[in-house]
Design a protein around this ligand. Sequence first.
Ligand code: SME
Length: 160
Amino acid sequence: MYDFSSDPNQPKAELYSDLLSAAKALTEGEPDTIANMANIAALMYQIVPNLNWAGFYRMVQDELVLGPFCGKPACIRIPVGRGVCGAAVGTGQSQLVPDVHAFPGHIACDAESRAELVVPIMRDGKVIAVIDLDSPLPNRFDQEDQKGIEALAEILSARV
Ligand code: SME
């Protein structure tokens, strides 16, 4: 049994070290993409403080399609280049958005979302999925969050 909880006062270095260890343990030896994405979405939502959405969009043919997540129901399909998730695919780069209201083309799935972090998961030089985190707090994410979620994306590259 796993028992994870979030502590808003935990230093981020420790938080992401815990997150990565737990993610490795949860996905070790498991080849099923949905099972692994579902567990990692739940893990991020439990461990990372102040989120209102945490999950995945997958590249299916030429567009992003909603994957396992925690939070309110979200838009299902996102064309490449649209919104924050589509920008992560179009550029192949993480998108750290301090205030979604100021991001041109942001797709509002939950009106409460104010900050967003989207990190591409790459395999063989291509984006295969993105990790998407939303927060109701403006400026919620910084470089340390980005580095932590990028390290998670690297682990998941071979496990989703
Ligand atoms: N805000 C995202 C859409 C996905 S939801 O946040 C879950 C975007 O602009 O791509």
